[in-house]
Design a protein around this ligand. Structure first.
Ligand SMILES: [Zn+2]
Length: 243
């Protein structure tokens, strides 16, 4: 179980202690909407476990994940960039916990703490790169490879090979019908790479998923430098070299 938010954990002690007094612990429940699209941002969330999807909405109904946020980041990049509204919907994909801060307090802290400002701006830059990578992935890479990439990246972020997810959740992030996800997941299950249970997916052969994932997974690993938090001795798995 991961208890630390890496963005906060890497702050100098004085900056972290200053924030600690203002952060409020909250649970993150699957399906919970942390931020509605185009509405004013009330809170920034620093997850300590679980996974949050930043979803682009369409008038027709289907959604597509632009980026995800785990214990390595913050849901609240629009606050960091001083925009009053959020252009996407932030939805909890895998339950966990977070520490949250009112948007106006984060704005004030960003003005007072250069260390926090630098860390948040670095994260905002990484998040924008992830949005760009997701756009490329959605346009150029087949669903089967995108599904492998998403499962691996999600597993890295929550530090578990068991993901409490349904095919409906995967359809929501991958921007495809649930039936298409079920077919792709069925292929992976027959290849003994994953095992689908009621309400969860278990990665049983990570290497098989790695060789089936698109090259975006290696880019994810490089961009986000998913290093384990203090105290977590799990070694991240090897990544398929980019040809
Ligand atoms: Zn891709």
């Amino acid at each position: 179980m991961v208890h630390a938010n890496l963005l906060l954990a890497r702050l100098p002690t004085a900056a972290r202690d200053r924030l600690d007094r203002r952060l409020e612990p909250v649970d993150l429940l699957r399906g919970q909407v942390l931020q509605r699209a185009e509405e004013p941002t009330r809170f920034a969330y620093f997850p300590t476990s679980g996974l949050v999807s930043l979803l682009a909405l369409t008038a027709e109904g289907p959604t597509l994940e632009l980026a995800s946020v785990g214990h390595d980041g913050v849901v609240g990049v629009p606050v960091i960039l001083q925009t009053s509204r959020t252009p996407y919907q932030a939805v909890v994909q895998i339950s966990g916990a977070a520490r949250r801060l009112r948007a106006d307090l984060l704005t004030a802290e960003l003005g007072d703490s250069p260390a926090l400002r630098d860390a948040c701006l670095r994260y905002a830059s990484q998040s924008l790169r992830e949005v760009g990578q997701s756009t490329v992935c959605h346009h150029f890479h087949p669903l089967s490879e995108r599904l492998c990439r998403w499962l691996l990246s999600a597993s890295d972020r929550v530090h578990s090979d068991t993901l409490a997810l349904t095919h409906e959740n995967l359809a929501q992030v991958l921007g495809v019908p649930r039936t298409a996800v079920s077919m792709a997941a069925g292929d992976l299950q027959r290849a003994e790479a994953i095992r689908c249970r009621r309400g969860s997916i278990v990665i049983v052969n990570r290497r098989r998923l790695e060789v089936s994932a698109c090259s975006c997974y290696a880019a994810d690993r490089e961009d986000f430098r998913l290093t384990p938090p203090p105290g977590d001795t799990r070694v991240l798995p090897s990544v398929r070299p980019i040809p």
